[in-house]
Design a binder for this molecule. Sequence first.
Ligand SMILES: CC(C)(COP(=O)(O)OP(=O)(O)OC[C@H]1O[C@@H](n2cnc3c(N)ncnc32)[C@H](O)[C@@H]1OP(=O)(O)O)[C@@H](O)C(=O)NCCC(=O)NCCS
Length: 141
Amino acid sequence: MSDATPEEVMPPVEGPPGWTEGRQEFFRAFHRERRPGLDGPLRTVMFAIETDTGVIGMIRMTLDDDGTAETGMWLARSARGRGLGTEALRTLLDEARAAGARTVRADTTPGNKAALAVLGRTGAALVPDGDKVYARLELDS
Ligand SMILES: CC(C)(COP(=O)(O)OP(=O)(O)OC[C@H]1O[C@@H](n2cnc3c(N)ncnc32)[C@H](O)[C@@H]1OP(=O)(O)O)[C@@H](O)C(=O)NCCC(=O)NCCS
């Protein structure tokens, strides 16, 4: 995660910019809390995205009772723009289907062209709403 900014990889934490001790601790706690996976209280599984050079990012899935999964992901800067984000999302859709989800949701911002491209290419319907764009993928279509 040192090759990404904190804002790209986790919710905002107050303080000076960069990977401060506080943000590093928050990052660890964020992942530890989700360690129990889909059966845990947060009903979230975090997948490391790995290539032969090691871990290059993370993709998350949270499962709701109504058959909807929610996802978010990040890649290290040096791993972006090579199709790995698209591949990771496609793999996540298979995991969501296997976990019983029928719909996968994600949100991003209108300026995040890479995220919009990945979501669009995976077949998501994109709905802009103010400073957000909401994406929805139907798994049985
Ligand atoms: C979003 C993210 C996961 C995408 O992963 P990626 O591996 O870079 O994506 P891919 O290589 O599969 O595809 C990127 C697509 O976006 C396009 N793209 C990338 N940057 C772009 C830009 N600034 N403007 C327009 N298009 C852009 C690429 O051309 C490519 O499309 P193409 O294959 O049709 O040419 C990655 O960029 C990332 O980690 N960003 C920071 C964290 C983040 O924003 N996460 C998503 C939050 S919703």
